[in-house]
Design a protein around this ligand. Sequence first.
Ligand code: UD1
Ligand code: CA
Length: 455
Amino acid sequence: MTSEAPAAVVILAAGEGTRMKSATPKVLHRIGGRSLLGHAIAAARATGPAYLSVVVRHQRDLVAEHIAQVDPDAIIADQDEVKGTGRAAECGLEPLPADLDGTILVTYGDVPLLTGDTLNALLERHAQSDSVITVLTGDAPDPTGYGRIVRDADGHVAAIVEHKDCTPEQLQIREINSGIYAFDAHVLRTNLARVGTENAQGEKYLTDVLALARGDGGNVSAFQISDVIQTEGVNDRVQLATLGAVLSRRQTERWMRAGVTIVDPASTWIDVDVTIGTDVTIQPGTQLLGATTIGEGATIGPEVTIRDSEIGAWAHVRRAEVEFSVVGEGATVGPYSYLRAGTELGPQGKIGGFVETKNAKIGPGAKVPHLTYCGDATIGEGANIGAGTIFANYDGVAKHHSFVGRHSFVGSHTVIVSPVSVADGAYVAAGSALVNDVAPGEIAVARARQRNIPG
Ligand code: UD1
Ligand code: CA
């Protein structure tokens, strides 16, 4: 059974994050190709809420701008100067309809490993247990700093007590509050209005809602997960790296289970939006970033970084940097190649060692094998570009485009001074500096004739 979608998810992201020691707001730091907040939003969206509200305050404009990019339908709610998670939740409800019924999920913007599946399981437990509040909890290896789950004799949740407010006995409790909850909308709203700030930190605690709701006779339960790392927040850059590594490892495991061979998961980094076909082999030192897709049977690595690119089936890419490019089926790239934005290598094509390409369309079976700069060029099917060829695309003011026809042959160490057109089947002699077009069947020789001077 899948439970009903929540009326709203409220993501708390107003906190300062001082321990990051960064000019960038904490929730905009990235792991796995997404901001921390982006991960929180993706998990929230997986529950299909009618409203998604994100509470902001610290570096508000930067965070709000990011939210507008990632999720234009999200509602941005501003927290005022009153501090605490309770006040944040209250501010998050503020822009939503006052008569909102149903379930409201509250989560944090700095908890990147939490999955939509876990939130859906929390919703289901909430519905099944007939509770007014269900809190996501776990047994922390070190509960220091967390709110403790205080249970009554029946095992129900009696209260959550903050670390700083705990008695010595309560400090022994290992079960911690993740800060992630499902609330009955009405219970949350009415009880937040009753919460004060009389505690060790002078903040309005969201956790106080639990004891109040229980006092009113409501059922408060806990949903314990064993995968506690999902509830872990990022407070500093050590945690950022730790959770980033866990996320990457989870991605590599997911793809290995889907039929991808990953020789060395520890040195392989795969962003969450990457897709990989079956029987792909990934060699050590590979990073697959952004919205990259890898076709079936391809071999990637060793030492390859690919960003926002499409690699065709059975292609082979090794020791290369590839960004915003397309590599065709069965094509080969590397070693030591740099494919910049707008490179399109056709099926069975080749970009070889020490070749840099940019905005270059290289036809099926065409070869650019050695030591070449190929910028702003269209190269026809089956053409061969000799070693050391340079497409001089920039005249100091503007960029120009050149065309090299199908099955043409450009000799080594040629400079093609763009814009130039070399027709299908034409030849260019080695060492040429080409400034004029070449017609079909012609061979262009654009260099001084050799003179041998005796003595
Ligand atoms: C809170 C819980 C604690 C729980 C812990 C889990 C309360 C009172 N305590 O601790 O029981 O174990 O989370 O991490 O709720 N935030 C705002 N506005 C604020 C304060 C916080 O938006 O005024 C946001 C932060 O950006 C952060 C989250 O709420 O994403 C948690 O804040 P943090 O200060 O880390 O939590 P604690 O209150 O220490
Ligand atoms: Ca925290």
